[in-house]
Each structure stands twice: as structure tokens, then as C-alpha cells.
Write a protein that binds this ligand. Structure first.
Ligand SMILES: Cc1cc2nc3c(=O)[nH]c(=O)nc-3n(C[C@H](O)[C@H](O)[C@H](O)COP(=O)(O)OP(=O)(O)OC[C@H]3O[C@@H](n4cnc5c(N)ncnc54)[C@H](O)[C@@H]3O)c2cc1C
Ligand code: SF4
Ligand code: SF4
Length: 439
């Protein structure tokens, strides 16, 4: 049974990557923007964060700050917090440095936001209070509800329209160009960990953005996908891909897909076709990602460590810096706050999963079946069972962080071993050792 959980959790959070049109139009100039695989095992890693599309400074300077060149965390964490995460604190080792962590629900959730809308409300309040002159984030593409367009939102309507997930790789940082050209001094950036890492390094390393106060809100992020792969994936998950408007991999071991009719389709992870567990469907950059919980953001807002309660949209907040605290204070009145819940321990679940993860990362030419292995009915029974016996609250977040860092460590080890030392932060081997896994 554990094996089934493991197989299907492998599919957890299959989410959205494409290089936006203006990036694509520059592909001949900047071929590294495309992830290419040469006949050797060398892979060019790029999550299309958007920095390299900016024309205000030399492209090789943007590239120098790329997280796939600098590596995850390490010195960047030390520079931001004055120290790296404590290796003797198992919670900080996974969740990163925080000053406060709790779960919360907006008293008036924002309709059409990804979950409750805490991020959008915070961005609106930061603008209203003139803490920032604009917000760098994403709008929806008019061509596809799940695709993104980078935006520098400079009025309330535009900021409101940034809400909701675009589960594809997105060049958020491209909009820095607009803020820089306007010589603005205070901006908010909402992004995934690769955006925040690259941005922080660039601001520290080069002078262009030094006078700009940049506040950051981070989303947790794993298993993003290429725009070109997204329709193929959605078709394999949903009975009605054309009417799908909202999708999330939830803590109840089901994918929730809301349709234009308002109905929610729930598909147990266990019943997805095997081909969706092929690591090859994810971009190499996302499989080489080691900061699920966005540890360099001023505040991270997700849902993974919160309880999933019927009719509620409870979220999980990790406040990391003084700026994060300031952002939180803006919406304190709007929140119902709750302590974290759940048992921390998930050792046996991870341990039971790890052998299979290593094997699947090793098998690079495996054929994946397009058939469902488990019927929806049986999948739902299993999901129900794991709801009862599986990890919950911070235990689920602990499980999910460990699962992904183990998977990514062996992905890099077996495919690009020369990048292991550069990309992998020092806390990862410590966690692997906890499970007795080989380095
Ligand atoms: C690919 C992906 C995987 C994720 N995985 C997890 C997970 O495993 N666990 C978890 O707790 N949370 C995850 N999230 C974050 C989660 O879905 C919610 O965004 C978060 O809980 C905030 O909810 P909200 O209602 O406050 O967001 P909203 O108020 O709707 O704001 C969301 C913000 O994120 C921005 N955004 C949307 N898509 C992207 C993108 N592709 N890149 C950068 N910014 C984007 C939006 O433009 C908006 O500003 C993931 C998000 C993405 C895009
Ligand atoms: S991830 Fe960003 S900085 Fe790195 S190569 Fe791609 S676009 Fe450039
Ligand atoms: S999984 Fe990592 S590399 Fe990929 S988009 Fe998310 S933060 Fe960036």
C-alpha cells in the first residue's frame, strides 16, 4: 500500500513551463534560454525566469546571477539572514529560516484566487499603503487560461488581476525592465524560488537595482511544466480539459479541477495514468530545484502545511524577514489565524518511498504506460484511507519537502553529476543521511 502511495505521490503537484513569446523570439540570440540536451549528459538548465530577456544591461550579467549558475541557498541564505539554516533544527532544515509560521484564512477570500487569495490581498494592501509603486507578477494569457503573461501592475485593477495560478514556467522577472525604465524605487515581486534567488543575487552583485527597495512574496513551487507539455498533461488528468479553470494537487491525495460550470472534478493521485509519473515530462530545471518553500522570499504563502477543511481555504504562512512581517501586518485585520497542526514525524513514509524514487531516477529509458493502473473508485478508497493514516499539516509539508529533495538529488546525481556540488545546498545530504540514503 505504501508503494502505491509512493508511486502516486510521485505525481503530486504536476504543475505547469514555457518561454514566453518574446523570449522565444530571442532564442537564436540566447540559445541557453531553451533547455537543451546534448548527446552527452550535459543539460543546460533554465526555468525561463525572465531576467535574461531584459535589455537594459548585458545578458551575461543576468546569466551570472542565474540560480542554475550560483546554486541554491548557501551564500545567498547567509547574505539575507546573516547565517545559513541551522543543521541541528530539523524543522528549519526543511522549511528554511522563519520568524513566524502559522496557518490562516482570509475572512473574505478572494474569488478566483488560487487558494484563499492571501497573496493578492497583501499585494493590494502594499500598493494602497504606498509601500510599493507597483507589483511584478503575472496575468493570464488571453489565449489559454492556464498560461501567463508577465506584468508590472501599477493600479489596483491590474494587481487584482494577478491572482490565480498559471501552472507553467513563467518569466516573471521580465517586468523588472519596466520598473527600471521608470526609475521606480519601491516594488513588490511575487515569484517562485528560482525568481527570488536570481533576483536577490542580481541586486546584490550588480548596481542596476541597488536603489530599488524590492519586497518579495514567495509561492512554494515544484514540478512546474513546459507550456508545450501542459495540454498533454491536462488531457490525461481531466475528463473535460477544455472547461478546466482551476487546478490544484491537494492534501487529500486528489487533484481538484474546477470547471467553468463551477463543478469540481476530483481525481485521486492513485488513478492517474503511469505516464504522468515519467520524470521526463518535467523540465530539467524544475527537477534540479532545491528550494520548494521559497526560503529567500520575505514571506512564503502556500497551502501545503495547512489543514484541508471542507468549504475552507486555509493557507500556510512562513514569515522570514522584517519586510515579511511588515507585509503580514498589512492584512492582519483580514485574517483568522490558527496554529499549525499535524504530527511532524513522517519518517516511515519517506523511507518507504525513497528506494522507489532512487530506482525511478536511475531508470532513464523506462517506458511508461498510458493506461490507468487503478480505477477511480479504488483510487478514491485509497485516497480516503491515506487521509486517515497519512501525514497531515506540517507532517504533510515535511513529507513533501523530503520527497522532492530526495527525488531531485538523485535526478541530478544520475543525469548531471558534475552539477551536484554546485546546485545542491548543504542541508540536503544531512537529510539524506537521516534516511540512511547513499550520497
Ligand atoms: C507550479 C506551482 C506549483 C505550486 N506548488 C505548490 C505546492 O506544492 N504547495 C503549496 O503550498 N503551494 C504551491 N503553489 C502555490 C499555491 O498554488 C498558491 O499560489 C499559494 O498557496 C498562494 O495562494 P493564494 O490564493 O494566496 O494566491 P493568489 O492570491 O491567487 O496569488 C498567487 C500569485 O502567484 C502568482 N503566480 C501564479 N503562477 C505563477 C508561476 N507559475 N510563477 C510565478 N508566480 C506565479 C500569481 O500571479 C499571483 O501573484 C504552487 C504554485 C505553482 C505556480
Ligand atoms: S533561469 Fe533566468 S537567469 Fe537563468 S538562464 Fe534562464 S532566464 Fe536566464
Ligand atoms: S520548480 Fe523550482 S525551478 Fe521550477 S519553476 Fe518552480 S521554483 Fe522555479
Amino acid at each position: 500500500m505504501y508503494k502505491t502511495l509512493c508511486i502516486t505521490l510521485d505525481l503530486q503537484i504536476i504543475k505547469g513551463m514555457l518561454i514566453l513569446q518574446n523570449v522565444l523570439t530571442r532564442k537564436n540570440q540566447y540559445p541557453f534560454l531553451l533547455m537543451s540536451k546534448s548527446p552527452s549528459t550535459k543539460i543546460e538548465l533554465c526555468s525561463s525566469c525572465g531576467l535574461c530577456t531584459i535589455q537594459e544591461w548585458p545578458i551575461d550579467e543576468s546569466q551570472t546571477s542565474c540560480v542554475f549558475k550560483t546554486g541554491w541557498l548557501g551564500e545567498s541564505e547567509k547574505h539575507l539572514f546573516g547565517r545559513e539554516r541551522c543543521i541541528h533544527d530539523p524543522i528549519e532544515l526543511r522549511f528554511g529560516i522563519t520568524t513566524d509560521r502559522f496557518t490562516a484564512q482570509l475572512k473574505n477570500p478572494i474569488p478566483h484566487a488560487q487558494w484563499g487569495g492571501i497573496i493578492t490581498r497583501m499585494a493590494i494592501r502594499a500598493f494602497e499603503e504606498q509601500l510599493v509603486e507597483g507589483v511584478i507578477s503575472l496575468h493570464r494569457s488571453p489565449d489559454n487560461h492556464f498560461f501567463s503573461i508577465p506584468v508590472f501592475a501599477q493600479n489596483l485593477e491590474q494587481i487584482h488581476a494577478t491572482s490565480g495560478n498559471k501552472p507553467v514556467l513563467s518569466p516573471v522577472l521580465q517586468s523588472l525592465q519596466s520598473a527600471y525604465r521608470q526609475n521606480l524605487k519601491k516594488i513588490l515581486v511575487i515569484g517562485a524560488a528560482c525568481h527570488i534567488h536570481t533576483l536577490r543575487d542580481f541586486q546584490k552583485r550588480f548596481t542596476y537595482l541597488r536603489d530599488m527597495e524590492i519586497l518579495t512574496i514567495g509561492i512554494p513551487c515544484v514540478d512546474n511544466v513546459a507550456r508545450s507539455k501542459w495540454p498533454w498533461i491536462l488531457e490525461r488528468m481531466s475528463k473535460s480539459p477544455n472547461t478546466a479553470r482551476h487546478m490544484e494537487f491537494m492534501q487529500d491525495f486528489r487533484i481538484h479541477i474546477r470547471h467553468s460550470s463551477g463543478q469540481t472534478e476530483k481525481i485521486p493521485f492513485f488513478s492517474l495514468p503511469e505516464e504522468l509519473s515519467n520524470p521526463g515530462i518535467f523540465p530539467p530545471a524544475c527537477m534540479s530545484c532545491f528550494d520548494y518553500l521559497n526560503s529567500l522570499a520575505d514571506i512564503t504563502v502556500g497551502y501545503i502545511g495547512a489543514e484541508l477543511l471542507p468549504g475552507k481555504t486555509r493557507q500556510w504562512l512562513l514569515v522570514r524577514t522584517e519586510t515579511g512581517k511588515k507585509l503580514l501586518e498589512l492584512i492582519n485585520q483580514d485574517l483568522d489565524r490558527f496554529p499549525e497542526t499535524g504530527n511532524w514525524d513522517c519518517h516511515s513514509f519517506v523511507k518507504n518511498t525513497s528506494k522507489r524514487i532512487i530506482k525511478s531516477m536511475q531508470q532513464q529509458n523506462k517506458q511508461y504506460s498510458s493506461k490507468r493502473k487503478i480505477s477511480i473508485l479504488t483510487g478514491n478508497i485509497l485516497a480516503q484511507l491515506f487521509n486517515i493514516i497519512g501525514p497531515k499539516g506540517i507532517g504533510f509539508a515535511h513529507y513533501s519537502v523530503d520527497f522532492h529533495l530526495i527525488r531531485h538529488y538523485y535526478y541530478v546525481k544520475f543525469r548531471t553529476p558534475d552539477l551536484l556540488h554546485k546546485l545542491v545546498p548543504s542541508h540536503v545530504p544531512i537529510i539524506l543521511e537521516e534516511y540512511g540514503l547513499p550520497l
